[in-house]
Ligand binder design. Structure first.
Ligand code: VG1
Ligand code: CO
Length: 537
């Protein structure tokens, strides 16, 4: 029997860069989860009788919200739910499952790289039938619905056993509990030559950060590729990620970094984030920025069977460095520059215009799914190391010698009062027109704008996607406010300097004049009161 439960709208249920993310206590308010999920169902056409995929990254509240979502799916006429065993599905595995099953879409329960636990973050994201995050038109419609919603639907039914192997029935709707790893691992075997990677005898340290990639990494790297037991560290997903921040950057994955800088470091080091879509890549003695990793993966992708025929195009988010642009130029394929967030790549991938995509925030992926994919990036790197029989450092240096090097860093100012960051951005916008020609130290501004994107497949326009200031010679600073944070505002400052010949510089020193120019232009310290960033990646 379908129950109609009266409710009142909440303010602030607006999906950000990647879904709705809030503190757990916000989600624990009565009706909060239900209002959002019902708003999704209210805007999704063709759901009646369709298949829906549900899974999450295992964080605190994961299982509870899955049970709620299953009952609500039944009440809203969904034909079948496919859920990962234990409630687990990495974001790329969920994307694959949606595509493989011809599902109408999926609910992914994750706050990704944000910390988890009772006092930390939770999130709900809706993905559409192509397996990708809902585009802005859909998330705008969901948000609009959250502001007027006055009822949600459920059925009277007990929780299902998420750890069983059996098909359950909820309000007459079949619920299939599937192995979260099997189909994804099979997909990876179609793209990469596992025997060749295994034969290369490489060594690796992979930090799963007590997040969702643990089971995937153990099955793929240790069981199927023969890496030694213990190659995967922190491989058990925990509701609070062991108290750590599951963000694979040099700050939060410092233990992995230390391993890779030691004299007895393995050949290759990598980490992934809460929901398994990010990747951190570190060679023995050398960290590779995600922007460089994208460029190097694109330049060498043809070495993997899944990409032997070459790339159709490369897409990167605007703040990502221009390293990939020169690879695209050499390959003779188009380069697309999109706003931040993987949802903007979906149309390009669907249209066959791009094969590989990437973001400076440690996201890389391809047209095999419609999300970024951490384990995939590791497999492509392992392929390159196995086929080229060179160290990662040698490959990186060879790449820079050929293409030049984009020195790059991102400075994050976290938990700033949003009134202050809003004022900083308003101030910047007001001075954009006057900046060209102005000199800051040895840098001269060439152009300055507020990035807007017109999707080449459907003509949709997304404005105010970050303020970019380009200097003569290819250096650049970009200012953007985060759309994934849950307390206060986070100002991101992306710094980039292109050097055609100098490939051995130290990043901090190479970027010093740009850091100074960024502060002079945006008056960061005056607006935020912060003399230094909280996180440098
Ligand atoms: C951040 C990153 C962005 C990424 C997004 C989701 O967004 O900058 O590149 O797509 O997180 O990644 P923002 O708005 O905070 O800058 V994940 O792994 O958290 O889904
Ligand atoms: Co993520």
């Amino acid at each position: 029997m379908i129950l109609t439960v009266p409710t009142q709208a909440f303010t602030g249920q607006k999906p950000g860069t990647s879904g709705l993310r809030k503190k757990v206590v916000i989600f624990q308010q009565p009706h909060y989860v239900e209002n959002f999920i019902q708003s999704v169902f209210d805007v999704v056409a063709d759901k009646v009788g369709a298949t829906l995929v549900i899974g999450g990254d295992g964080r605190f509240l994961n299982r509870e919200v899955i049970q709620i979502a299953i009952r609500m799916a039944a009440a809203n006429g969904v034909g079948r739910v496919v859920v990962g065993r234990g409630g687990i599905l990495s974001t790329p595995a969920a994307s694959h499952l949606i595509r493989q099953r011809g599902a109408i879409g999926g609910l992914i329960l994750s706050a990704s790289h944000n910390p988890g636990g009772p006092t930390e973050d939770f999130g709900i994201k809706y993905n559409i039938a192509n397996g990708g995050s809902a585009p802005e038109q859909v998330t705008d419609a969901i948000y609009a619905r959250t502001t007027t919603i006055d009822r949600w639907l459920t059925v009277e039914a007990a929780d299902i056993d998420l750890d069983s192997n059996d098909e359950a029935s909820v309000g007459g709707m079949p619920v299939e509990v599937v192995d979260p790893v099997a189909d994804y691992a099979a997909l990876m075997e179609t793209l990469f030559d596992f025997a060749a990677i295994r034969a290369a005898g490489l060594t690796m340290a992979f930090d799963a950060m007590h997040a969702v990639t643990g089971p995937y990494a153990i099955e793929i790297f240790e069981n199927r590729l023969g890496f030694a037991p213990g190659t995967v560290r922190n491989g058990t997903p925990l509701p609070d990620f062991g108290g750590h921040h599951p963000d694979p950057n040099l700050v939060h994955a410092h233990a992995l970094h230390a391993t890779m800088m030691a004299p007895d470091a393995p050949d290759f080091g990598a980490a992934s984030d809460g929901d398994g879509d990010r990747n951190l890549i570190i060679g023995r003695g050398l960290f590779v920025t995600p922007s460089d990793s994208l460029a190097m993966l694109a330049a060498n992708a043809h070495l993997a069977p899944g990409y032997a025929e070459g790339l159709k195009g490369i897409a990167r988010s605007m703040p990502t460095s221009a390293a990939a642009d020169r690879v695209a130029a050499r390959l003779g394929v188009p380069l697309y520059e999109t706003p931040t967030g993987w949802k903007f790549f979906g149309n390009l991938l669907d249209a066959g215009m791009a094969t590989i995509c990437g973001e400076e925030s440690a996201g890389t992926g391809s047209d095999h799914v419609r999300e970024k994919d951490g384990v995939w990036a590791v497999l492509l790197w392992l392929t390159i190391l196995a086929r080229r029989r060179q160290s990662l450092a040698a490959i990186a240096r060879g790449h820079w010698a050929t293409y030049g090097r984009n020195y790059y860093a991102r400075h994050d100012y976290e938990g700033v009062d949003s009134a202050k960051t809003d004022a900083l951005v308003a101030d910047l916008r007001a001075k954009l027109a006057a900046l060209p020609g102005q000199r800051f130290g040895d840098l001269v501004v060439e152009t300055a704008d507020d990035f807007a994107y017109t999707d080449p497949t459907d003509g949709s326009v997304s404005e105010h996607q970050g303020i970019r200031i380009l200097f003569v010679g290819g250096s650049r600073v970009v200012f953007r406010l985060s759309g994934t944070g849950t307390s206060g505002a986070t100002l991101r400052v992306y710094l980039e300097r292109f050097e055609p010949d100098t490939i051995d510089g130290e990043t901090g020193a190479m970027l010093a004049t740009i850091v100074a120019a960024a502060d002079a232009i945006a008056r960061i310290e005056r607006h935020t009161g912060r003399a230094a960033p909280d996180v440098v990646t």
